[in-house]
Design a protein around this ligand. Structure first.
Ligand SMILES: [Zn+2]
Length: 294
């Protein structure tokens, strides 16, 4: 590798195996892949399989097969969050030792009754009660940050200051814990993902500070929504993309991401299309709206 090609960039795509890849998740895979490859970086894939009740048997392997047939080849081994429990427990123990976390037994209904923002009611609770969650003492409360696509992002300050859950009442690791611990573990430097995660990013930035670790750079592209205004997601049964016919979906995803692919690419091979897309990738071309109706 020539010295001018060296890059510390490490990006990732982190799907949960709750269903097959649909157009919305293809956009996430493609945007993170192109930004990494355009910057001579590494692109990793992590399967976020820490919520078994929401998972679909065989979806993880199907997602990987689809990425391969779309030419989105990852660097390094795939990381499975289900294999990371020991590390998550280590971080939970470290937080407890530093007195930065506490047990909480409040119900969703109780929090809703006080306006929906958790007010630290259980901070003084020293003993774990039956079915307790664990919350982090949010000493940071970041509510504004710089985004490589959206520029300045401002989130609800009250929500950003909330003590957030790191271990759920049902004993499952919370998304905020797993995602930040794994991004640190994998030395991720750039996270490119959808605008539905603008608010969680503020919490995650706070969490990086609490853990005294440098945060990656974040960029949020608009989410794809249906004409009824619903986000394309596995939960609302967005159709899976065709594993055997990648070009139409890849082309549409490039258009969605504001990359203006030439029409000839509609009859190109996957390799030709991706080579063009890597070379021409423009993060500033990505629309700054939070949602685009398909
Ligand atoms: Zn509580």
């Amino acid at each position: 590798m020539r010295p001018d090609k060296l890059s510390n960039y490490r990006g990732r795509f982190a799907p949960s195996p709750s269903g097959l890849l649909h157009f919305g998740s293809l956009i996430a895979a493609l945007a993170s892949y192109l930004d990494a490859k355009h910057n001579n970086g590494q692109w990793l894939v992590r399967i976020e399989d820490i919520d078994p009740p929401r998972e679909q048997a065989g979806a993880g392997i199907e997602i990987l097969n689809t990425l391969e047939s779309y030419g989105l080849h990852w660097d390094e081994d795939v990381l499975y969050q289900s294999q990371q429990s020991a590390l998550y427990h280590e971080v939970l123990a470290q937080l407890a030792e530093q007195k930065l976390s506490y047990y909480c037994r409040c119900t969703r209904a109780q929090i809703k009754a006080i306006g929906g923002i958790y007010q630290g009611h259980c901070r003084a609770l020293s003993q774990p009660a039956h079915a307790s969650a664990i919350r982090v003492i949010n000493t940071v409360g970041i509510s504004q940050y710089n985004d490589v696509i959206q520029n300045q992002v401002t989130c609800n300050a009250e929500l950003a200051q909330e003590d957030f859950i790191v271990l759920r009442k049902d004993g499952l690791f919370a998304y905020q814990l797993a995602v930040v611990v794994d991004d640190i573990y994998q030395n991720i430097t750039h996270v490119i993902r959808g605008c539905d995660l603008l608010e969680p990013t503020a919490r995650q930035l706070s969490f990086y500070q609490i853990l005294q670790h440098k945060a990656p750079q974040f960029g949020h592209f608009p989410i794809a929504a249906t004409s009824q205004g619903f986000k394309l997601s596995k939960q609302n049964n967005a159709p899976a993309i065709d594993k055997n016919n990648p070009i139409p979906s890849l082309f549409s995803a490039l258009v969605f991401l504001g990359q203006q692919p030439p029409n000839e690419l509609q009859t190109a091979s996957v390799d030709e299309l991706l080579t063009w897309a890597i070379g021409h990738w423009s993060i500033t071309g990505v629309p700054k709206s939070q949602e685009i109706i398909l």
